[in-house]
Design a protein around this ligand. Structure first.
Ligand code: VG1
Ligand code: CO
Length: 543
């Protein structure tokens, strides 16, 4: 094999964010942009010689090109083998599972997740470590440092791999095995959930719609829901992965999964509706006439997990990202198990999961998962919901209301101001940060500030700390305002405002969420002046 060493110059903008490096496709198409980043990843690792690397992506535009380059660079740098999903496809949780199952050294996940795709859309590359989870900050910091100093990359001068053909091929001296992306993942799901019971549920006439949003979960959902669990053909819609996601925005929220929402709120709604994002790690859960807030879904899944065989022995603990509502905290308290509050991003759950301190994790951004992999897992959440519904034989609405009657309801919403001026958003945060020390004790009408800080997390396993993870302002009635800047956007800045208030078990659970949080929304505006500072009179997305 001919290995070429190519000289290159650094790009200054290859800093991994909340979940890998994400940029516009046009940025990734610049000469050596992919090569620089992939070589920088390998330069930041030790001991991979002769080991296996997993590569897969969500099928978006430019995946095929980037995957071929990554394979050649892996071959030139001495990896022993690459496992790659057929047609380059692997969902993020699917990749995590393959890394763990095959004891691979790590993996490259090529995705910009819920961001739009296509030539004008976004692309992304993320490195996952041997536990199957996203690289911790220690490694992403090293990668970024390397990208700023890189002078050369190594690449094998060999033909493309035929990604449509299952089986082993060679890239230079390195074996490349093209694998069925779904088989191992489906087998894992079968060990966790009561497939017989879910099959009986579908056989009894239970109806569902799963919207794969033309993203990676199409093949997974079709195989598992329709072929293995007997859901009627047509249960999975938009099931073919497309490079531009059919022109849609593969973000399973109330704005971009509008069709599903309308169906589920309409007169012909099936019993259960669900969707997943570009790379298959997020989930949207809607029952007939009942949207389930991701934070509530986390709490409900944790409370009911023992109904599934994989969790029959109970759960060790729960972890949630800081902006996620405290609904799960009440479940942890009732169960007498640990509850951890971590910064945004799945990489912060890895140590807790590896140490066996927590079993279930979740984020308000529609990510839920467990110790079965080290990523959030959209279909896993859907299957756990199905298992719970099959065991309880209740509707989603009944399950949700029952949960509130036991634990109380955490009204919750997130307001996103997307693509705002980065300097204005930064100034807003800096200014607010400066005022935090003065806020505790202040009263705003009926709201008394009980704490105000910029969240710092100390990992209980390795002691590492992560500062400036988001501003929290808590009130004496248990209400809370959180503000942070997104680490996944690719244009300008995205400001996220998270609002929460608690209503006890015997309180009012039937209020409209935005109305219930109205006073707190107004207060957030008074404290942070978001509208005047960003020049926006309304959020771009409300979830
Ligand atoms: C967002 C979410 C965060 C999630 C991240 C990656 O990050 O808020 O909870 O972990 O996306 O999810 P940010 O920094 O934009 O708020 V995914 O499905 O895009 O990999
Ligand atoms: Co995702």
């Amino acid at each position: 094999m001919t290995i070429k060493t190519v000289s290159t110059t650094p790009y200054g903008d290859q800093k991994p964010g909340t979940s890998g490096l994400r940029k516009r496709v046009g940025v990734f198409m610049q000469p050596n942009y992919v090569e620089n980043f992939v070589q920088s990843v390998f330069d930041s690792l030790e001991g991979y010689h002769g080991k296996t690397l997993v590569i897969g992506g969500d099928g978006r535009y430019f995946n095929d090109v980037a995957i071929q380059r990554a394979i050649r660079i892996a071959a030139a740098n001495g990896f022993g083998a690459v496992l790659v999903g057929r047609d380059g496809l692997l969902s993020t949780p699917g990749a995590s599972h393959i890394i763990r199952k095959c004891k691979a050294f790590g993996g490259l996940v090529l995705s910009a997740s819920h961001n739009p795709g296509g030539p004008e859309g976004d692309f992304g590359i993320k490195y996952n470590v041997g536990n199957g989870g996203p690289a911790p900050e220690r490694i992403t910091d090293a990668i970024y440092a390397r990208t700023k100093a890189i002078e050369r990359y190594r690449i094998a001068d060999v033909p493309d791999i035929d990604l449509s053909r299952l089986g082993t091929q060679h890239s230079g001296g390195m074996a490349v095995e093209v694998i069925d992306p779904v088989a191992d993942y489906a087998a894992l799901m079968e060990t966790l959930f009561d497939f017989d019971r879910i099959r009986a549920l579908f056989a009894s006439g239970f109806r569902m719609r799963f919207d794969a949003m033309h993203a990676v979960t199409g093949p997974y959902a079709t195989r598992i829901l329709e072929e293995m669990l007997g859901a009627p053909a047509g249960t999975v819609v938009n099931g073919t992965p497309l490079p531009d996601f059919g022109g849609g925005h593969p973000d399973p929220n109330l704005v971009y999964a509008r069709d599903l929402l309308e169906l589920m709120m309409g007169p012909d709604a099936p019993d259960f509706g669900a969707a997943s994002d570009g790379d298959g790690d997020r989930n949207l859960i809607i029952g007939r006439g009942r949207f389930v807030t991701p934070s509530d879904s986390l709490a409900i899944l944790a409370a009911n997990a023992p109904l599934a065989p994989g969790y029959a022995g109970g759960i060790a603990g729960i972890a949630r990202s800081m902006p996620t509502s405290a609904a799960a905290d009440r479940v942890a308290e009732a169960l007498g198990i640990e509850l951890h509050e971590t910064p945004t991003g799945w990489k912060f759950f890895g140590n807790l999961l590896d140490a066996g301190r927590v079993t279930i994790c979740g984020e308000e951004s529609a990510g839920t998962g467990s110790n079965h992999v080290r990523e959030k897992d959209g279909l896993w959440a859907v299957l756990l919901w199905l298992n719970i519904l099959a065991a309880r034989r209740q509707s989603v609405d009944e399950v949700v209301r029952g949960h509130w009657r036991t634990y109380g309801r955490n009204y919750y919403t997130r307001h996103d101001y997307e693509e705002v001026d980065a300097a204005a958003a930064g100034a807003l945060m800096d200014d607010l940060r400066g005022r935090l020390p003065d806020l505790p004790g202040q009263a705003f009408g009926p709201y008394q500030v009980s704490y105000a800080d910029d969240f710092t997390y100390t990992d209980p396993i390795d002691g590492s700390t992560s500062a400036r993870q988001g501003i929290r302002i808590g009130f004496s009635d248990g209400g809370r305002i959180v503000l942070r800047l997104s680490g996944t956007g690719t244009v300008g800045a995205t400001l996220r405002l998270y609002l929460e208030r608690y209503e006890p078990p015997d309180g009012r659970h039937d209020l409209d969420t935005q109305a219930a949080l109205g006073p707190l929304i107004a207060l957030a505006e008074r404290i942070a002046a978001i509208r005047s500072r960003t020049g926006r009179d309304a959020p771009s997305v409300i979830t």
